[in-house]
Design a protein around this ligand. Structure first.
Ligand code: GRF
Length: 203
């Protein structure tokens, strides 16, 4: 399966996918990496791996709709079977979802539906939960609302701050994302006993 990966940050989830894809048995290859801002570690990792990259800032487009169209075209150019939002900190637009909805997955550093949004780890700590974790889900038009594919838990320690907790979540998150993407790539996905084969159940 061909993967296009979207990033905004350090790209450690991307790196985990790149490492997994080195094994042909994994069944997927990253064919391009896109970012919403310049100078991301994720794009640097992609360049080191010799992959095509593109960076599209919303601020460089006349409107959010234009950005949505440009991102859709840039991703479509690489003909992905699956799009992976791996720490991509923008909401994907209606045009993008019309084209790639049902085959776009996102990783989120909390147990959805708790703590959606950009500050999930901070919000979980502030609430005082003792267990949090990560979620891989299909992307829909909401903020972290699409159908859940897989989740794993992480214990919150008494001395955790946002950085230490996020780092522990990311260790689990990378493994979970690699596992889910591999399953989608190789077999489609059996959710609640139903094979959905790169299609989400509701979009
Ligand atoms: C991940 O925890 C992701 O869920 C969150 O941002 C982090 C990205 O990490 N939205 P990286 O850029 O893959 O290292």
């Amino acid at each position: 399966a061909r993967l296009v990966v979207l990033v905004s940050g350090a790209g450690t989830n991307l790196q985990a996918l790149l490492d997994a894809c080195a094994d042909p048995a994994y069944g997927a290859q990253v064919v391009a990496v896109g970012a919403d801002r310049p100078g991301t570690g994720g794009v640097e990792r992609a360049e080191r791996a010799g992959l095509p990259t593109f960076t599209l800032r919303i601020a460089d487009h006349p409107s959010r709709d234009d950005w949505d169209a440009a991102l859709t075209d840039a991703v479509a150019e690489h003909g992905p079977d699956l799009v992976v939002s791996a720490g991509f900190m923008k909401i994907l637009g209606p045009r993008f979802l019309a084209r790639f909805g049902g085959r776009t997955v996102n990783t989120h550093p909390a147990l959805l539906p708790s703590f959606p949004g950009a500050h999930a780890v901070r919000d979980a700590l502030a609430y005082g939960v003792k267990v949090t974790g990560c979620t891989v889900h299909f992307v829909d038009e909401g903020v972290d609302t699409g159908p859940v594919i897989a989740q794993e838990t992480v214990q919150v320690g008494w001395h955790d701050d946002e950085d230490s907790l996020h780092e522990r979540i990311k260790q689990v998150e990378r493994r979970l994302l690699v596992d889910v993407v591999g399953r989608l790539a190789r077999d489609g996905w059996t959710a609640r006993g139903r094979r959905v084969s790169m299609k989400c159940r509701t979009c």
